[in-house]
Design a binder for this molecule. Structure first.
Ligand code: AMP
Ligand code: GLY
Length: 420
């Protein structure tokens, strides 16, 4: 079959790499793609936010199946446009993608389905929000409603920080995302991510992971999109997974179906876990980046069969073939990220690395400039390895990094520390 993947990050490179290994895949196009993706797929220029352009592209290129990587096209309804045109598509509808796009919507779903999560209130009025924060006290969590590219959350350890965050959000520094603010109880515990495929009715867990959000070693520095991840997450024991499925995931899927907006795609649940009890922090309507890279490394070619079963509503008979393995990915980012950084710097040494089913460098912000592999984004490479133990995978990932020559890049040296 002919397959189109939308996106251009390390997540989409990992998806393309896994999908391409499956004999069902004849032709693979990624739009817009990047320099690493171009080694496994055709890259095409296409405005992935324009549903009718994507539908037209699929008709022209005889595409049988579309996999939507990032949240932005989901939030504007590209999956709806594809399905309306009769094109098989992996990814939730615009209505269902509200689970990521609106924090207030997700809290309402949790209330209706009884899923454990932080206590909360939402506000459109700044004075009422300030009064509530003073009454609740710190620590407390202030969130802009809507998509704010991961920057709309302030975990305030004191009242002044919380009030300052409210001022920022109501002053419009988050655009429309801050017009409504959710104020949450602070949850203590250890965070983990859980990925579940659902066709709207059936749910199939496909893996757990933990990422590292802070820029620097020792979980210091500013928050980023993620500096590394590993799978599985040891804190997600069978008992925690079972509780999460029974108390949070299945009730959510049932509530979405009941509201006439069945969720089809991957549900990425972020949990805070304390004393064996998971509570929901947030849902995302897509794979995590870089969490997807470790999941794809572990799933390999079967990923395509699973995504197809999900899109076709056939998850009731789908199964994951698990290996007892571990995967880790270390992000190499441009110095300065998540702040400002130089673009166009040269990266060398990748050609000499042997890349296979256990060692892969997935590309995020890269391009070929006059034949030279160059960094074009903040997060640039995802050095990924799989092994019998997390330590083995970690050692091989860092051995690959030692061979990559990119003086303007940096990476954390402690990815996986918690599990190791
Ligand atoms: P979110 O965008 O909702 O995932 O929030 C970003 C990060 O803020 C999460 O990954 C947590 O580390 C932290 N966070 C969010 N909500 C809470 C909460 N209620 N209690 C403690 N930490 C939180
Ligand atoms: N790595 C976090 C995310 O994809 O949202």
């Amino acid at each position: 079959m002919n397959i189109l993947i939308l996106g251009s990050g390390g997540r989409e490179h990992a998806l393309a790499w896994a999908v391409k290994q499956n004999p069902k895949c004849d032709r693979l196009i990624v739009a817009p793609g990047n320099a690493g993706i171009a080694q496994v797929a055709e890259c095409a220029a296409l405005d992935i936010m324009d549903g009718s352009a994507v539908v037209q592209f699929c008709a022209n290129q005889s595409i049988d199946f579309v996999i939507i990587g990032p949240e932005a096209p989901l939030a504007v309804g590209v999956a709806d446009d594809l399905r309306a045109a009769g094109i098989l598509c992996f990814g939730p509808s615009k209505m269902a993608a509200q689970l990521e796009a609106s924090k207030a919507f997700t809290k309402d779903i949790c209330d209706a389905s009884g899923a454990p999560t932080a206590g909360y209130a939402h506000f459109k009025d700044a004075d009422a929000a300030r009064a509530y924060v003073k009454e609740q006290g710190a620590p407390i969590v202030i969130k802009a409603d809507g998509l704010a590219a991961g920057k709309g959350v302030v975990v305030a350890m004191d009242i002044d920080t919380a009030l300052a965050a409210l001022d920022d959000m109501f002053d419009g520094s988050f655009g429309d995302a801050g017009a409504e603010v959710v104020i949450e109880e602070f949850m203590d515990g250890e965070e983990a991510s859980f990925f579940i495929l659902t066709d709207g009715e059936n749910a199939l867990p496909i893996g757990t992971a933990q990422d590292h959000k802070r820029a620097f070693d020792g979980d210091e520095g500013p928050n980023t999109g993620g500096m590394g991840a590993y799978s599985p997450a040891p804190i997600m024991t069978d008992a925690v997974v079972a509780k999460a499925m029974d108390e949070i995931v299945r009730p959510t899927i049932a509530e979405m179906a009941k509201r006439g907006m069945p969720y089809q795609g991957v549900l990425y649940a972020g949990f805070m876990i304390k004393d064996g009890q998971p509570r929901l922090v947030e849902y995302n309507a897509r794979f995590g980046d870089p969490e997807c890279q470790v999941l794809m490394m572990r799933l390999g070619a079967q990923a395509l069969d699973l995504l197809l079963a999900c899109a076709k509503g056939e998850l009731d008979t789908a199964q994951v073939n698990w290996a007892e393995d571990h995967a880790i990915t270390v992000v190499m980012a441009a110095k300065g990220y998540p702040g400002s950084y130089e673009k166009g710097t040269a990266i060398n040494g990748l050609d000499a690395l042997s890349q296979d089913s256990k060692n892969m460098v997935f590309h995020a912000g890269t391009a070929l400039i006059d034949g030279q592999l160059s960094a074009t984004g903040g997060r640039v490479l995802n050095v990924t390895a799989r092994g019998d133990s997390l330590k083995d995978a970690r050692d091989r990932a860092y051995a690959m990094i030692d061979q990559i020559d990119w003086p303007e890049g940096f990476n954390r040296s402690d990815i996986g520390w918690r599990a190791l």
